[in-house]
Design a protein. Structure first.
Length: 233
């Protein structure tokens, strides 16, 4: 069983709008709706869990899930203060899944082709993180901006979503850092540096495998991103 976990709990401070970025309209439909449509229509996905702000649950259920008939959505749950907390709350609703596809709500240009490539990869490796090779040279600096390293561009990837994992693997990784019963705690420092799910899996020494996404699979977080998204339609 494959479950898509759509993370839609962000506030969108960088967008500078009163409406949270996942609910901004793109071609007449909220951005979240475009993302859900891809997973609703995919033959790979059996169920969908949406994690959103607690106050937005009625809106998501009535104005998006019911209005657009996203029948695969089985749960709409409240997220946490940080992204990793929201993902964990979503994972708790996916216990019947064999694999989980974790997706940013504001990446509406994910495609069935991307999902298929990810599915082929996760079946071989147990993990599959979407990304694209960097087109630019990347510099690693110290806190004062002095260059410390120039990694080979051939080995640098720009990470996207979906990030796909065996459910047992990603759940174990999240339990390890968030479940008090496992005897572990996330320090404020670690919490602030967890920016994707692969990092959580990597933290317990598990291997994470990249697969190629699409340069058009952008994340809409700023007004400039929204302009690009409108041009991509």
């Amino acid at each position: 069983m494959n479950t898509a976990l759509i993370v839609a709990a962000g506030t969108g401070r960088r967008m500078g709008t009163a409406t949270h970025k996942q609910f901004l309209e793109l071609d007449g439909m909220p951005i979240l709706g475009h993302t859900l449509r891809v997973f609703q229509d995919s033959s790979l996905i059996d169920s969908i869990v949406v994690v959103t702000g607690g106050d937005e649950i009625p809106f998501v259920r009535e104005k998006i899930v019911e209005k657009y008939e996203f029948s695969k959505v089985t749960d709409v749950v409240s997220g946490g203060a940080e992204r990793y907390e929201s993902v964990y709350r979503g994972l708790l609703c996916c216990e019947e899944a064999d694999y989980v596809f974790i997706q940013d709500a504001v990446r509406p240009f994910v495609t069935e082709e991307i999902l298929q490539r990810g599915w082929e990869t996760v079946r071989d490796y147990g993990s599959a993180v979407c990304g694209v090779p960097s087109k630019d040279t990347v510099k690693i600096t110290d806190p004062w901006g002095m260059v410390q390293e120039t990694p080979s561009r051939e080995r640098v990837w720009i990470v996207q979503t979906p990030q796909i994992f065996l459910y047992s693997l990603v759940r174990k990784a999240y339990d390890r850092i968030l479940d008090p019963a496992c005897g572990a705690e996330v320090s404020p420092f670690i919490g602030k540096t967890i920016t994707d799910d692969a990092m959580v899996v990597e933290s317990m020494g598990a291997e994470v495998h990249m697969f190629e996404g699409d340069y058009r699979n952008i994340k809409i977080t700023t007004p400039e991103d929204l302009m690009i998204a409108k041009a991509l339609l």
